[in-house]
Ligand binder design. Structure first.
Ligand code: FA5
Length: 338
């Protein structure tokens, strides 16, 4: 049996085959066990010698099994390593590189300008409640902006913010003056789209609050932004306008021209001095949250503008809808450095 067993072990091509040999010879019901079982039939004087013989046989079979098992395991590992080998020296496949969306490029330009002026750059929730989006901003219930046509209402009574101005309120409730922030983010309006209007677009909101902040500070800030965008000779224009959350309010435009001699007033956004009703609404919210009233008597200015208009002119994109149609022929042009 020894020769036969050793041959079977040597011939086992892999671990499962070796396991079968092991079961056949030294398993619980294997041949060795059977041999031991038959000892009882021998005359007592022969039993001891035969028992020792069978044990020696078992030991040599077990040793051969262990040795073969080690060899087969090593072979299996080598085979796996060979099949999973990665040639790290092969050149990689070229992956198409992404790029920053043109709107984010303009946001980067704008926020860099404001960071230089010491502003904190923040974001805020796109799902808002009526109080922050309208009421606290002194937009009364009868104001046309609250019309169903302008606002995307959610089933739970909340809404998609129609401008970034609610972040003025949220920030002031959390922070005491003096403060200087710009808010960047998406806003939504339920309106028909055309070449210059989208239902989802972006705004950059500015808010400065302190003591003795004046309209002159506001104008200086917008002018500084225009210089940052269009160079030292940049011109800005302010025209009186109405927004319920500022008084006085204005629209502002920046003179834009390009090397091909094209030029125009670029209507960028609205601005004004923070309305006392907004400060009062903020203090009411602060008081309800157990915080001190600190805004009454302060002064501040705010502005909100649409970066899409800047991007359309900067990159010569004739229709705002190109920004959000996910057409790689358009967005694929915006790769690499800013
Ligand atoms: C506002 O949204 C005010 N919250 C701005 C403001 C902030 C005024 C702080 C005073 C103080 P308005 O609705 O005009 O204002 O929008 C501001 C800018 O967003 C516009 O000048 C325009 O550049 C851009 N905009 C408005 N509607 C759209 C639209 N449908 N698609 C693209 N851009 C738009």
């Amino acid at each position: 049996m020894r020769e036969e067993a050793l041959q079977a072990i040597a011939d086992a091509p892999d671990l499962p085959a070796l396991q079968a040999v092991k079961t056949r010879y030294v398993g619980k019901n294997g041949l060795i066990t059977k041999e031991l079982g038959s000892l009882g039939k021998l005359p007592p004087e022969e039993r001891k010698a035969r028992g020792a013989e069978i044990n020696a046989l078992r030991q040599s079979i077990e040793a051969a099994l262990a040795e073969r098992e080690a060899v087969l395991k090593r072979e299996a590992l080598d085979a796996r390593l060979a099949s999973e080998a990665i040639d790290v020296t092969l050149p990689g496949l070229p992956l198409p590189a992404g790029g920053l969306h043109p709107i984010n490029r303009v946001f980067e330009d704008l926020t860099a300008i404001y960071e230089r002026m010491g502003y904190a750059v923040i974001e805020g929730p796109e799902v808002e409640d009526e109080h922050h989006n309208f009421e606290a901003l002194n937009v009364p219930w009868y104001h046309p902006a609250r019309d169903l046509q302008d606002t995307f209402w959610l089933e739970d009574g909340r809404l998609l913010r129609t401008h970034t101005s609610p972040m003025q309120v949220r920030y002031m409730v959390e922070h005491e003056p003096p403060l200087k922030i710009v808010v960047r983010g998406k806003v939504y309006r339920y309106e028909a789209t055309d070449a210059t209007h989208e239902a989802m677009f972006h705004q950059l909101e500015g808010l400065v609050v302190g003591d003795g902040i004046s309209m002159a500070d506001l104008k200086g800030t917008i002018a500084e932004m225009a210089r940052g965008l269009y160079g030292p000779g940049a011109k800005v224009r302010f025209q009186p306008s109405y927004y319920p959350f500022v008084e006085p309010g204005a629209d502002f435009a920046v003179w834009w021209e390009n090397p091909r001699g094209e030029s125009k007033w670029l209507e960028l956004g609205g601005c004004g001095m923070v309305h006392p009703s907004v400060f009062k609404a903020v203090d009411d919210l602060r008081e309800a949250a157990g915080k001190p009233r600190v805004y009454e008597g302060k002064t501040g200015f705010a502005f909100g503008l649409g970066p899409e208009r800047i991007a359309m002119l900067k990159y010569g994109i004739p229709d705002i809808r190109y920004f959000y149609a996910n057409d790689p022929r358009v967005l694929g042009q915006f790769r690499g450095e800013l």
